[in-house]
Design a protein around this ligand. Structure first.
Ligand code: Z5A
Length: 212
């Protein structure tokens, strides 16, 4: 049985990952593909508990290294319990964020650098990498306006704009380094335009999979 395909969605705050993930799933449904939808941090009951630890605002400052290790602890559980079993069953896996977010938020946002993230990526994931990553890009002010409408902000959403500028720069650097895997989508445009780009990218992957 060939492995399923692994697609990740990444984006700036309020870029519309959740909205577009639902759209991507509707495309897979239309093709009759079997898939698992999941998210990071999270994706299993234990990893969701770690997610709550990571997102909840608290009085005690969480040091960046603790944050990094919690992210990878959740990921280790998620990969072994959900992602790998689904891929081995031949299912597609769609994850709302994955390790590119760690390079962006912990590596750049928290200024831990890429070397430690690289080491942990190799240690925790082995050879597992996404086949396709959709990066939804919006200017900070537009994204934060969208997020503000949702009410209470989580620990990341409370960060200053310099933090998000570092996060965005790190995503752009990763896209530049691996243009085959990433699709960079300007998500400040109308949803229908954003979704037509998603349809094109996912359609290519489906076509290539059928031909392989
Ligand atoms: N994190 C990390 O630090 N390290 C890691 O390794 C990982 C994650 C994996 C939670 O992630 C946090 O975890 C995240 C990074 C950190 N930091 N934050 N914040 P998350 O992905 O769950 O949280 P999020 O980034 O805030 O995503 P979200 O809440 O799912 O938002 P979204 O999916 O990007 O947006 P949305 O809910 O689909 O859309 C927002 C609103 O905009 C909504 O009202 C939509 O209707 C509207 N929208 C969407 N698209 C459009 C367009 N095109 N036009 C107009 N309006 C639109």
């Amino acid at each position: 049985m060939p492995l399923g395909k692994f697609i990740t969605l990444e984006g700036m705050e309020g870029a519309g990952k959740s909205t577009n993930l639902a759209y991507l799933c509707s495309m897979l449904d239309a093709q009759g593909l079997v898939y698992t939808v999941t998210r990071e941090p999270g994706g299993t009951p234990l990893a969701e508990e770690i997610r709550r630890l990571l997102l909840a605002p608290r009085e005690e400052k969480m040091v960046p290294l603790c944050e990094l290790l919690l992210v990878f602890a959740a990921r280790a559980q998620h990969i072994e319990a959900v992602i790998l079993p689904a891929l081995k069953r031949g299912e597609w896996v769609i994850s709302d964020r994955f390790t590119d977010a760690t390079f962006a938020y912990q590596g750049a946002g928290r200024e831990l650098g890429t070397a430690r993230v690289n080491e942990l990526e190799q240690f925790v994931q082995g050879e597992l990498r996404p086949d396709l990553t959709l990066f939804l890009d919006v200017p900070l002010d537009i994204g934060m306006q969208r997020v503000a409408k949702r009410g209470e902000l989580d620990r990341f959403e409370r960060e200053q704009s310099e933090f998000f500028q570092r996060v965005r720069a790190a995503y752009l650097a990763r896209i530049e380094a691996d243009p085959e895997r990433f699709i960079h989508i300007d998500a400040s445009r109308e949803l229908s335009i954003v979704q037509s780009e998603i349809a094109k990218a996912a359609g290519e992957l489906m076509k290539n999979t059928k031909q392989a």
